[in-house]
Ligand binder design. Sequence first.
Ligand SMILES: C[S@@+](CC[C@H](N)C(=O)[O-])C[C@H]1O[C@@H](n2cnc3c(N)ncnc32)[C@H](O)[C@@H]1O
Length: 208
Amino acid sequence: MSGRKSAAEVFDALGERYEDVFGRVPGQLAALQWLTERLPRGARVLDVGSGTGRPTAEALVRAGCAVTGIDVSAAMVELARARVPQARFEQADVRTYAPGSAGFDAVCAFFPLLVMDQPEVAEALDRMASWVAPGGYFVMATVPGDIRGLDIEWMGHEVTVSSLSTEDHLARLADAGLEVLHHHTALFRPGDALAVPEEHLFCYARRP
Ligand SMILES: C[S@@+](CC[C@H](N)C(=O)[O-])C[C@H]1O[C@@H](n2cnc3c(N)ncnc32)[C@H](O)[C@@H]1O
């Protein structure tokens, strides 16, 4: 029997351990500062793969935003509700989620798209872009690369990961009608024996 796990299983097991290791990624904190400087108080923001609610939902709530977080992991949703009670969290999968409102002033996606297959990554980018209202922002981070169903061990769990190259991320966002205002990659070195250094891609985009 395969020991490979779904994203929900991996993140149910990791819980706050994820935040201990990845809760202060400098590129993510910088992206949140960039975003909150541009959003008015009361802005409606969707955080996809909201994890423990820290640092993303917490920073957005502090900036006066009305935050909805979705996450496929029930344990993460429970942690986030306890940590950031001013935000609303829902257990949902980005591949099937249907937002009720007309669109968000901003959509964030920090690292939720890796434990799925490559066509699903591409489709999830299209879906998230479609939820950004005109004039709204999309900020995302991932591990870039033309990665198709690669079996790895990550944080003590066997998972199968996929991603797109930086160029394919940028092209996909542009095709979805977003203007990419900035992107960069950065090497993150987690201070934990279970985690290895990762290259991170950050994209800041806007729907004209
Ligand atoms: C690497 S963690 C990042 C958490 C948070 N965004 C942060 O940066 O601290 C990825 C999160 O996305 C969630 N996730 C993974 N696949 C998902 C999916 N298909 N739909 C919604 N959430 C997903 C996981 O459960 C996990 O909480």
